[in-house]
Each structure stands twice: as C-alpha cells, then as structure tokens.
Design a protein around this ligand. Structure first.
Ligand code: ADP
Length: 544
C-alpha cells in the first residue's frame, strides 16, 4: 500500500524561502575583500538572490549549466549559492589555492558558462582566461567603485552590483526535480586529474537535515555561526544551507583567516559556533594565548578535515570552555560522515578517558552507513582493535564522478564508496582513522597530489626515481617530503631540486625537504612500497 503524503521536492531554494519567511530579520555579517564589514538580513539575501537569478537568466545561463565561483566566504557568495542552484543551474565552487593549470582544467572540464570572482583573485582570472575556451564572461563580485583594472579581460568583465541594478527581484524559484544537480565541487584525484562531485538538491537537503542535528553539528536559531572552512571547500561543510534551515546568524570571515582577525570577529559578533581545520584553530589559539584573551560567547567549535590533536581539544575545553566537536567527512560525502559527540555513559568518564574518545573521528550521523573491511573485502568487527578500509554508503554519498563516461568504472565497491581512509570502529560505533590508503597529502586542510609532485621531479634530467610521501608536520598537519634517487654521477643538491618546482606547481605544493636515497623499496610488481617509506619517514619534520 502506498503512503498518502505529499510529494514536495527537496529543493535548495526552499531553504532560502524558509529563512526569508521565518528568520527574515536574522543577520548575515561579512568581512569583505574591500576591507570593511558588511551586514544585512536574510530578507535582503533572499531579495538579492532573486535578482541574481534574473541576472543569470539575462546572461543566458540555462538550467543544468555550470556557474563557477572563485570567492571567499561572504554574502555575495551566499547569494550565488541560492541564485545559481535555486534557478536550476549548477553552482561550481572553485578552489583559489590550486595552480592555474589545474583551475583551467577544472573550469574547462565543468564547462563553466560564467565565473564570478572576488576582486582579489583578478590575477588568477587573468591567467586562466586565455587558457580556457569557455567561459567568456567573468563577473567581479564588487561594485563599480571597487572594480579592478583588467585590460586583458576587455569585453569579458562585468560588475556584480551593476548587473544586480539592471534587474528586479521578481523571480519564482522553479519547481525542479529534486534529483537534479545543484552544485559541483572538485576534489584531488589520487591519480590523474581532479574529480568533480556533483551534488543534487535532494542530497543537499537530506545532508542539511542530518548535519544540523544536536548530535551532529548542533545548530539552532540561537547560534551565531562562523564558517571558517571555505565556501569553496565542500560548501563550507554545508553551513550556508544549515544556517538557512535553522535561522542562525551567519558571520563570514572573507579573506582574513589569521588568528587576530578571526578573534576580533568572533568577539565583535558574539559568535557561538565556529568550524574549520586544525591549522586555522592553531593560529587562533596562538593569538588568544599570547594576549591572555578569552572567548566571551564562543561555546563550540567543529574541527575536521584533518585529525584534531588532543592538545588542541584540551586547550579549547579547559582554558576557554569551548567544546570541541571532532568531525570526519569528505567532498564525496557532502561532507559530513561522522561527528564525535558523546553518548550518555561517556559523560561520567574521567577527563583523560573523554579525551581518548574525542581523539576519534566519531560516530555515524543517521544516513551514513559505514563498515571496515580486510584485504579480501571481509567485514571486520567493531571491537576497537581491528583496522581496515573504511567504506560508506548513504543518501549524500557520491556514486559516480562528474563527466565520467559510460565505460568509466564506478568508484563504488559492491555499492559502497571506498573512502581511502583506514580506520577502526569501537563497540560504541566510534570510528577512528589510523591511516590512509589513498596516496595524497593533506596540508592545512587542502590536498596536494603526490603523483603530480613526482611527475614534476622526474622532469629533472638528473632524477632517476622520485617518490613523494606525506610526513607529519607540527603546523600544517602534513607536508610533502620528496625522496630522490639520483642518476649515476649526478651532483644534484636539495636546493636545486626544490627550486625546480618554481612555477611548475602552486608554491605551497613544493615539498619542504628532499632526501636523497640510494634506492626505494619495490613490491613484486615493481611498484614503490610507499607504506614502508611512510613508516620510515613519517616523523621526518617532527624530528628535524
Ligand atoms: P574535508 O576536508 O572537508 O574533510 P576532503 O574531501 O577535502 O574533505 O578530505 C577528506 C579526507 O580528509 C578524508 O578522507 C580523510 O582522509 C581526511 N579527513 C577529514 N576529516 C578528518 C579527520 N577528522 N581526521 C582525520 N582525517 C580527516
């Protein structure tokens, strides 16, 4: 027998309509690239998003087509989140930390029709524009007075506020199929080029419900949320959508992610909940510690993207009474997978025991199934000891990458998505990552492709073999370490090797050090045994 309930599609625009109707007076505060603080309310956001939807129509953007953004966290970016997805096109957030070659690849691959950018990224846009066939329209997210000079973009450059001026705010959000695409985010491939994860309206809405829950990111109308995690990095972990759903005040940090700027914003706007990677929080804690400051309003902080060190958890909780929510996720998971919130019986544990729990990445939010498997694919027990490949499935987990052809293999294994993380799970269901099987480096929350580094190193005429591995780093969590076997008779030095990367990769991708070795361990098929090298050199930067 069929249920007799309405079939109301789950759509991104409905989040905005809800926020406008029920929380129209709630504030959104942004530090702008122009340098000042901007503030307005959800009702202004909704009105300007509708105008922007008219702008997109005027620019000829069709449903399903991609619209790129290269921008910090701010209100104009938020307007695009809803204008683009709400009108049926696909919001493609671009990561400005990527090398220009990769950005050009991603823009071409996604076939972006228009790219919106913060004025600070003009040099990047000027480098990208001649390398891509489309788009031919670049919109600077600013007003006439702050328009950047860009001779190279003549005929292609438009001004955000000027475009808005041309249109009114009468726009009906279309009743889309909830399974249609809403946004697109590329993640570093372990081999080859970055891969696009294409979210749907349905997956985004279901993720929003689940991520907002008290035992997930714990967001409410009484919160003032500061997403430090960028809106170009997995939709700022879904916080722009969550804030609309619950009606929370939003505070956007713009480009100023240093400890001092964040602290000032947190205090001035009475932020209660923030979210970011450990590296960012380290900067904040250093600033606050040096000045013996305290947090007047902040009560919780979500830390993810990389393991949260216990020392950081302890500092936040003991010194500043800010609860740490350690979370794990992936671009392919929209991103929330697990959150480390206590079960009732854990509240009576000793402080030390609770830190042991909080070092774990946490338990599944409803909607994410997980399992760990051994080398033959057999499920391993949740005993807190057995470690294996972590697989997940759920309504907001990707099943195929964007643009994959019919012949391309699905990334799934028997319907499960292999995360590339190695984990153990305890009897309470708390997952803890113990290793990573995917061959990438995560530095300050962003990916570096070890394959790309190796390929560049091998272009040097005196390099016989190059291997790049992740080594632990006190500030960036991980940094690339390059191991080189030189060609016979070569006098290649470390400085020369590192200088070779100049201009060939983004600056922050260049390894911090080179170790020259006689040989590297090889497996039966001639593949480099990176695990062995990782074991040997993992602490290289800690002991250096
Ligand atoms: P995000 O940075 O938002 O988590 P990415 O797709 O860039 O999303 O990275 C996902 C990967 O980052 C995970 O597969 C895992 O390797 C690592 N990661 C994410 N969160 C954590 C965490 N809390 N602890 C350890 N590793 C993490």
């Amino acid at each position: 027998m069929q249920g007799l309930m309405m079939q109301q599609p789950l759509l991104v625009a409905s989040l905005l309509a809800h926020a406008e109707r029920h929380h129209g007076g709630q504030e959104i505060v942004s530090r702008r690239v122009e340098g000042d603080i901007h503030r307005y309310r959800y009702r202004d956001l909704a009105q300007r998003a509708r105008r922007m939807a008219n702008v997109l129509e005027g620019l000829g953007v069709k449903p399903g087509e991609r619209v790129g953004t290269l921008a910090w966290n701010g209100y104009r970016h938020m307007e695009l989140y809803f204008a683009v997805s709400g009108s049926g096109s696909v919001l493609h957030t671009l990561n400005p930390r990527l090398h220009v070659d990769q950005l050009a690849y991603i823009i071409e691959h996604a076939e972006d029709r228009v790219v919106f950018f913060d004025a600070t990224f003009l040099p990047l846009i000027e480098s990208v524009a001649p390398r891509v066939k489309s788009p031919k329209v670049f919109v600077a997210m600013t007003d006439r007075a702050h328009m950047p000079q860009a001779n190279d973009l003549t005929g292609m450059l438009m001004c955000y506020e000027d475009l808005l001026e041309l249109h009114d705010d009468v726009f009906e959000w279309p009743l889309l199929d909830e399974n249609s695409a809403s946004s697109l985010c590329y993640t570093s491939g372990t081999t080859g080029n970055p891969k696009g994860v294409l979210y749907s309206h349905r997956s985004t809405l279901l993720h929003t419900y689940a991520a907002a829950l008290p035992d997930s990111l714990n967001c409410s109308a009484r919160d003032v949320i500061l997403p430090v995690v960028p809106m170009f990095h997995v939709n700022a972990w879904g916080l722009p959508y969550i804030a609309c759903m619950v009606g929370a005040k939003l505070v956007f940090p713009g480009p100023a992610l240093d400890g001092k700027s964040l602290y000032e914003l947190i205090e001035a706007e009475q932020v209660t909940l923030s979210a970011g990677v450990p590296t960012v929080w380290q900067g904040l804690l250093t600033h606050v510690g040096e000045r013996q400051e305290t947090f007047a309003s902040m009560r919780r902080t979500i830390i993810g993207g990389a393991p949260c060190p216990t020392a950081m958890t302890a500092q936040f909780q003991e010194r500043y009474q800010v609860d740490v929510l350690h979370a794990w996720g992936m671009t392919e998971l929209s991103p929330v997978g697990t959150v480390c919130s206590f079960k009732p019986h854990q509240l009576s544990l000793s402080t030390e025991e609770r830190y042991t729990v909080q070092a774990k990445q946490g338990r599944s939010v409803f909607g994410i199934d997980m399992k760990i498997v051994g080398p033959d694919g057999e499920a391993l027990p949740w005993d807190g000891h057995a470690a294996g490949d972590l697989l997940v499935r759920g309504q907001w987990v990707t099943r195929q990458y964007f643009g994959a052809g019919d012949g391309d293999a699905s990334p799934l294994r028997d319907g499960w998505f292999p995360t590339g993380d190695v984990a153990k799970i305890d009897p309470d269901g708390f997952m803890q990552i113990t290793d990573r099987s995917k061959d990438v480096i995560k530095s300050g929350g962003e990916w570096i492709s070890s394959t790309d580094i190796e390929n560049v190193a091998c272009l040097h005429p005196e390099v016989a073999t190059a291997v790049c591995i992740a080594a632990r780093h006190p500030k960036w969590d991980e940094r690339p370490l390059l191991l080189i076997v030189k060609k016979p008779g070569s006098a290649l030095g470390g400085g020369e090797m590192l200088a070779f990367f100049d201009g060939r990769v983004a600056k922050w991708w260049t390894p911090d050090a080179v170790v020259f070795v006689e040989s590297v361990p090889l497996g039966a098929t001639g593949k480099v045994l990176k695990n062995q090298l990782r074991d040997q050199y993992r602490d290289y930067y800690l002991s250096a």
